[in-house]
Every structure is written in structure tokens, then in C-alpha cells.
Design a protein. Structure first.
Length: 539
């Protein structure tokens, strides 16, 4: 999408003083800019790369430019509906295809499990392979639905505004001991094993507590990862996920359009070298002055841009932040869709999120292997965007995105330059256990190991969520928008409510800036600058 490459001229912005400068044009930076500009502030966004969108963008990585890939962020499910409505993203080109069935998992015995966004359909699916687990699975499903309902609906949407304390969360959960344990302590393995006994059911379910997380299914806190990924509402459907028409990066396109419509200015190829008291200095030596600076970068990168006067406590917290990614991404151009041997009946597995796994213990062993610096990419999810949206590939062709774990950032032997393709080959062999023709279907592929994600997107450690989303780094333990450095705010995925394409992070940061900004300053720019829809000033 050409709009992601369109830039204002740097020469036109360095002579002006801005109310706010946003460092980084990822989706949260664009969200923050749209709200600030819509409230009447003069806002400029500075992006180091030649393309906006950060990890939620569009690329043409293959020789046939008709293939459109979203290289890092594949699906939407946690994007806050309030942001969609307030910034009028649908009028700016945002449209989504809800994925249903939402999970399909093949097994070594030739059977498979299909899970839908319907409890009644799930009852029939589970009955077909594990009749003794039907009621247990439905309780498992409802367990996470109860958490979502308690924390994301009603008068208190805990993802907006200041993160709630643990005591407030426990009260919202009705002081239910099981829900509290799931959200703060329990491994995903024990939650799954408590509800279902068939090994195939356990194999299919446990990976949902591992998404983007360098931890194993038997590690404490991993149940909370599944809880977070279950807390969204997409197109009015709680817990649903979907493909964005035109590619996931169209979320950033819509946000970019909203920000520009509100009056924000976007400048690309403008890497920031330093954040100081009254703005930023670019690597070119040019200065952009502003009353407030909002960083969309991860906390380590943000701190590295500040001078040595940053408070010691803040620096220590950043240094302790867990931010090393375990994910290998393989984006593929396909001549045709692969055939899954376990696909039976009228279910098309390509329309689901396909889970490739063995057992809970095998996944735990793979995690342990990765901690020794050895890639062990034995769990994966596959996404076939073209099963819903043919616009991202030439007619008759398809795309496949592979999200695989565990691939450590630092290897014990060799380098990623030396081993990247071999590790990708190993991941594809895992898929070939169930789709023997998968390699024959691939025309070209793009392989992104954690260092590639770091280099291409600017995410330190290659962590797709700017830091682990385990309980010790969530809620009040995640970064707040306000930092202890005067005039500096954070708006990226390192802030509450967490990683993924949520955009609430950018909104929360904008609300904090507006609360801290002089009312007269807002009023000075309000005339003619507020976009339709009456954007709020406070949460």
C-alpha cells in the first residue's frame, strides 16, 4: 500500500514547534497521533524506516509483486472496538473477515479437532473424538469467557485508562479463586489437564497459552497468555479473530488515514538519535521541538535515546524487562493450498487457524531445548489469508503464514545467518507430518528469526509484544504511559494492556498527554481541527 510509504518533508517540520512528537509510526503511534491531533494538538510522527506500520504493515517480499504479505502481525482479534469506532476506521478502509472455525488441529492417528465460535458446534466436534471430554471442554471454554466478561464489559473496561490493581481485578472476578489462579499463576497445561483427559484434546489446546511467549506449557503464568488472547471482541463476537481485507497492515493504513485526517503529520526516514527536554534530535542532527514526546519504541530502545539523567529506578526496571522473542515466522507464496491428510467431511482446514503440535510434554521439552540455545520449532500455527481474501495473491495462488516456536534469539552454535534456512526447513517438516505436499506448494518464502524481526521492525530482542505478556509483566506490572522523565510518554505494546494489535495502548497514551496538557493549549488549536466523531479528551 503506497500510503504507508508517503511522507511529509522533514524540511517543512523542523522550523515549527509542535505540541507533541510521536517517535515511531507503528499502529500504536499512529493511534496516539490520531487522538492527539483530533483533540486539537499539533502533532508530528517521526518514523526511522521508509514505511509506516511497524510490525503491523504490508510488504511485497516475493518476485511476483502481486503477493501481499503482512510479515509479522497476521490476524486481528484484540483491536479495541472503541478505537475502531472513535477513529472511524471503517470509513478509512478497515474491514475484517471473521475466522470460523477458529482452530483446526490434526493428530498423528489421522483424526482432527475443529473448534468453532459456537459452543453447540464445539459440543458436536468434541463428541466426535473425545465424548468423555465434552462437558469438561465446555467448562474450559466458559472459564475464559467469564474472565473476559468480568474484565472487559460493563462499566469498567480494564484495558482503558490506568491499569487496575490486583485487588481491583480480584474484585471484578468476584473473588473467584479459580479465575484468580488462572489469571495470575497457573500454567496452561494444568488448566487444560484439569478440564480434558484425551491426549488429543490436550495437544490441541495447550499452545494457546504460549503465543509469542518464551515459556513452556508447564511454566507458571502461561494460562494468563491464553486469557489475554481470549479477551477481545471482533465485530461484536467475543473472543473471535479475523483476517483484515487487503492484509493485516490495512489496520495501520486506516489509522494512518485517521491521523492525517485529524491533522497529524507523518515523516518517514527520520530516525531519532536523542530524546531531550524539549523535543528530539534526529540522526541528521536536526531538531524537532515539542512540549511532549511519545515513544512507540520498546522501553530499552526508548531509554537508549534518553540522556544519562534518566532516573536509576526506571533504568533498572527497563534493564530487568523480559524481552527476548522465541518466534520464527515463515511467510510463503503458494502455487496451491497444501492437502491435510486428516481433513475429513465438510470442514476446510485452510479457513481455520491450523495448530501443529504433538503433546504438552513434547512442547515443554522443545522450550527447554530452546533455553539451551538450540532451535526446537515443534509447535506452530498456520494462517491461510487467501481462504478468506483473494486480493493478497495472484488469481489461483495463495499465501501461508507460519508462526512457529521455539526459536531462541541467541544460538548456542552458529549464527542465524548460517542456520536460518535449516531451522525453517525443520519447521516445515513438522507441518509435512500432516500436509506431506506443503513444500511442493511453496513458490517462495520469507524467513524471519528473532534477530530479523528486531532488524526489520525495530523490536528489541525480536519480541513481537515488546516484552513477555506473563503475569509478572502485565496489568500494573506493565509500563504506564507516563514515565518518570518529564514530558516523555510510552505508547507501545510494552504498556498496558499488553502486546498484539490492540491500539488501546496508543489511546491510553493520548489520554495521559491530554490530561497533562494545559487546557488553554488544547483550546488554541481546537477550531477546525477536530475530526468527525467528537473524540474524547479523557477515558
Amino acid at each position: 500500500m503506497d500510503e504507508l510509504h508517503e511522507s511529509a518533508r522533514l524540511a517543512d517540520i523542523i522550523t515549527q514547534r509542535w505540541d507533541a512528537v510521536v517517535v515511531g509510526a507503528g499502529h500504536n503511534g499512529l493511534t496516539c497521533a490520531a487522538y492527539l491531533a483530533g483533540a486539537g494538538l499539533r502533532v508530528v510522527v517521526l518514523e526511522a524506516r521508509s514505511r509506516a506500520g511497524g510490525a503491523c504493515t504490508l510488504e511485497h517480499p516475493f518476485s511476483d509483486q502481486r503477493f501481499v504479505m503482512s510479515p509479522c502481525a497476521y490476524l486481528v482479534g484484540l483491536l479495541h472496538p472503541r478505537v475502531v469506532d472513535e477513529l472511524q476506521l471503517r470509513s478509512h478502509g478497515y474491514a475484517v473477515h471473521t475466522v470460523d472455525p477458529h482452530l483446526w488441529c490434526p493428530f498423528d492417528d489421522g483424526t482432527s479437532l475443529t473448534l468453532w465460535d459456537s459452543s453447540e458446534r464445539n459440543r458436536r466436534s468434541v463428541t466426535a473424538i473425545a465424548p468423555g471430554d465434552v462437558e469438561g471442554y465446555l467448562r474450559y471454554e466458559q472459564l475464559f469467557a467469564r474472565i473476559r466478561s468480568a474484565l472487559r464489559s460493563g462499566e469498567r473496561d480494564t484495558w482503558l485508562g490506568v491499569a487496575p490493581s490486583r485487588s481491583e481485578i480480584e474484585a471484578l472476578l468476584g473473588n473467584d479463586a479459580e479465575l484468580i489462579e488462572v489469571l495470575f499463576d497457573e500454567p496452561i497445561a494444568s488448566v487444560v489437564e484439569r478440564h480434558v483427559s484425551d491426549e488429543r484434546m490436550r495437544t490441541a489446546l495447550h499452545g494457546q497459552g504460549l503465543i509469542g511467549t518464551w515459556a513452556g506449557p508447564r511454566d507458571p503464568g502461561t494460562a494468563a497468555v491464553h486469557a489475554m488472547h481470549s479477551m477481545g471482541t471482533l465485530e461484536g463476537r467475543p473472543g473471535a479473530w479475523g483476517f483484515v481485507q487487503g492484509g493485516m497492515g490495512m489496520v495501520s493504513v486506516a489509522l494512518l488515514r485517521a491521523a492525517r485526517a485529524a491533522g497529524a503529520v507523518i515523516v518517514l526516514d527520520a530516525p531519532v538519535a536523542r530524546i531531550d527536554g524539549d523535543g528530539v534530535t534526529l540522526e541528521s542532527g536536526q531538531r524537532v521541538t515539542a512540549a511532549s514526546v511519545v515513544s512507540n519504541a520498546d522501553p530499552a530502545t526508548t531509554l537508549s535515546l534518553c540522556d544519562s539523567s534518566a532516573p536509576a529506578g526506571f533504568a533498572a526496571r527497563v534493564a530487568a524487562w523480559r524481552m527476548e522473542g522465541p518466534v520464527l515466522k515463515i511467510n510463503c507464496a503458494l502455487r496451491r493450498l497444501p492437502h491435510f491428510a486428516a481433513a475429513h467431511g465438510d470442514t476446510d482446514p485452510h479457513r481455520a487457524m491450523v495448530t501443529i503440535a504433538t503433546s504438552i510434554d513434547a512442547t515443554q521439552d522443545a522450550y527447554a531445548t530452546s533455553r539451551r540455545g538450540q532451535p526446537a520449532v515443534r509447535w506452530a500455527e498456520l494462517y491461510f489469508h487467501t481462504a478468506y481474501d483473494a486480493s493478497v495473491a495472484p488469481q489461483g495462488s495463495h499465501t501461508m503464514s507460519v508462526f512457529a516456536q521455539y526459536a531462541p534469539y541467541t544460538l548456542a552454535n552458529g549464527s542465524w545467518e548460517q542456520r536460518r534456512d535449516a531451522v525453517a526447513d525443520a519447521a516445515l517438516r513438522e507441518i509435512a507430518r500432516f500436509a506431506p505436499d506443503v513444500v511442493d506448494c511453496i513458490v517462495e518464502r520469507q524467513v524471519l528469526a528473532p534477530p530479523d524481526i528486531e532488524r526489520n521492525v525495530g523490536l528489541r530482542g525480536g519480541h513481537i509484544f515488546q516484552g513477555e505478556c506473563l503475569p509478572e509483566q502485565m496489568w500494573q506490572q506493565r509500563f504506564a504511559p507516563r514515565t518518570p522523565i518529564d514530558g516523555l510518554y510510552l505508547c507501545g505494546a510494552c504498556t498496558h494492556p499488553g502486546g498484539s494489535v490492540i491500539a488501546a495502548n496508543g489511546r491510553n497514551a493520548a489520554m495521559a498527554v491530554l490530561e497533562d496538557t494545559d487546557v488553554q493549549l488544547r483550546g488554541r488549536h481546537e477550531e477546525g481541527r477536530r475530526s468527525p466523531g467528537a473524540l474524547p479528551v479523557r477515558s
